[in-house]
Design a protein around this ligand. Structure first.
Ligand code: CUA
Length: 341
């Protein structure tokens, strides 16, 4: 774990300002210039290096351009002799040499960064399989013990300080998995498993986003990485491994009946009940998640009601059909879903 500041403060502030301007309301949660792990830090350092080198080259080129214009104006009458010709050649060869050296340095640095990123995973890494769907993320924890494996959606909890190996797949079209504060982009190609890795060095919630246009709701395909202290993560993991909570009162019991007898059961799994379809997100612990519809809405009763009744209004084109339930059934269903912690 490294605690050294990744960038000089002034440049970092400038970076953050530029980032804030670019990302607008997304905030620092979705920041590539405030790295929270070694992978993102390497990429950030490379980005900073390229920005500085590019800026210096640009300033020099523009400076020379203005200088040439200024000098050219002053001596339009004096013709250029062999001496001037020789000086021009010297400058040209010098500029080509400097450009070649800069490009070579950039190339080597790039390769080196790529190699270090690829070498990152190790034996002790937590393995998580992430599958992109239009427009949500399926998350499968690949524990070596099969009875400790489970599926969730749109939220990846990880322990602070431990390497995480992410294996990506696609269920339909090409998506791209990107959590800027933790690692670089990785495309999800149908029929192919890609691998990336990261490690969160400090606790926090890091927002990620699909970074490849994948259809109508590409912009509403967020993922949250929640980095927790190891003990907290272990508790979360144990809770997720368990089946769904049993309905504790009559509204919840009624809600479960609604869930199992209406459209919900056709697409969703709630482990411990007969609902076992894998078309949509696993809802076994949906009540414990922070957001609904892949980071689109905060997970509150009101938003859940809106989402269940008319998802097409919130996320036009989503695979989930409308569910115009009678009011009493809807309330019972909401109570049930919220109880699935
Ligand atoms: Cu998935 Cu864009």
């Amino acid at each position: 774990m490294s605690t050294r500041p990744p960038f000089p403060r002034l440049i970092r502030s400038a970076h953050l300002l530029a980032g804030a301007a670019l990302l607008g309301a997304c905030g620092r949660q979705l920041s590539a210039v405030d790295p929270a792990g070694p992978q993102a830090r390497r990429i950030g350092e490379l980005g900073l290096f390229l920005t500085v080198v590019g800026s210096v080259v640009w300033i020099l080129v523009v400076g020379f351009l203005f200088y040439a214009v200024w000098r050219g104006r002053r001596r339009t009458e004096s013709a250029g002799g062999p001496e001037v010709e020789r000086t021009m050649w010297r400058w040209t060869i010098g500029a080509v040499a400097v450009t070649t050296v800069i490009l070579l340095v950039v190339l080597v640095y790039n390769f080196d960064t790529g190699r270090r990123l690829a070498r990152f995973p190790d034996e002790s890494a937590l393995v998580v399989r992430v599958t992109g769907h239009q427009w949500w993320w399926q998350v499968d924890y690949q524990d070596p013990r099969y009875d400790r494996r489970f599926t969730t959606a749109n939220e990846i909890h990880v322990p602070v300080g431990r390497k995480v190996r992410i294996e990506v797949q696609s269920g339909d079209v090409i998506h791209s998995f990107w959590v800027p504060a933790l690692h670089g982009k990785l495309d999800l190609i149908p029929g192919y498993t890609g691998v990336t890795a990261f490690q969160a060095d400090r606790a926090g919630v890091y927002r990620g986003r699909c970074a490849e246009f994948c259809g109508l709701q590409h912009a509403h395909m967020d993922v949250l990485v929640i980095a927790q202290a190891p003990a907290e993560f272990a508790a979360w993991y144990d809770a997720q491994v368990r089946g769904a909570a049993v309905p504790a009162d009559s509204p919840q019991q009624k809600g479960q009946q609604v869930f199992l007898s209406r459209g919900c059961v056709m697409c969703h799994t709630v482990r411990g009940t007969p609902a076992g379809s894998r078309v949509g997100p696993d809802l076994t612990h949906v009540g414990s998640r922070r957001t609904l519809a892949s980071g689109t809405l905060p997970n509150t009763r009101g938003h859940l009601a809106g989402w269940v009744v008319d998802p097409q209004r919130i996320k036009p084109g989503t695979q989930m059909p409308p569910n115009p339930l009678p009011s009493d059934e809807l309330h019972a269903l909401l109570s049930y879903l919220q109880s699935l912690k």
